[in-house]
Design a protein around this ligand. Structure first.
Ligand code: SF4
Length: 162
């Protein structure tokens, strides 16, 4: 009945009951104290038949598996390098750290351990480089306009420089 690898579980108890959290099924079960003690000391040789039967039934029902998660990955994670290189969807430029409203609750008011407002502004050269980077890395993005339309000198001049 013993396996080399202990089941992937967490045991806990209250003043009245004993429980096992079975990680692989993501379920919490109420168990007898004798089963709790056995699972707590999984290598123990002292097991009576009622415990063996109870644990056997749990295993038949899919509990007490010893599988451990080694890698957890979102299905699209392998595509991220491609998306970052070719399919950016949005560019946000922080053109200034200045703000003339100075709201008390602002994250940058100085009340929190974060950045505070400053007189820093982004240079046109930096903005231009950011836009150039974005255009190159959004070439396969269907929601970004064609680069030559998007980055017209007129748009840049009226939106940013003036
Ligand atoms: S919340 Fe902060 S950044 Fe926004 S307007 Fe108020 S002071 Fe300015």
């Amino acid at each position: 009945m013993k396996e080399k690898i202990a089941p992937y579980i967490h045991l806990f108890k209250t003043s009245e009951r004993y429980y096992v959290y079975d990680v692989n099924t993501d379920k919490i079960l109420t168990i007898p104290e004798s089963v709790y003690n056995f699972l707590f000391d999984y290598d123990s040789n002292k097991v009576d038949k009622s415990v063996v039967d109870f644990v056997g039934n749990m295993k038949i029902n899919g509990f007490l598996r010893s599988d451990r998660i080694e890698v957890s990955e979102h299905p699209v994670t392998p595509l991220l390098p491609y998306y970052l290189k070719n399919k950016l969807r949005q560019l946000i430029l922080q053109v200034t750290q200045n703000c003339n409203l100075c709201c008390d609750y602002c994250n940058y008011s100085g009340l929190y351990k974060t950045r505070t407002h400053t007189a820093n502004t982004m240079s046109a050269k930096t903005a231009e480089k950011a836009i150039g980077f974005f255009i190159i890395h959004a070439k396969d993005s269907e929601i970004v306009p064609e680069s030559e339309n998007f980055f017209s000198a007129r748009w840049f001049d009226t939106t940013y420089i003036n």
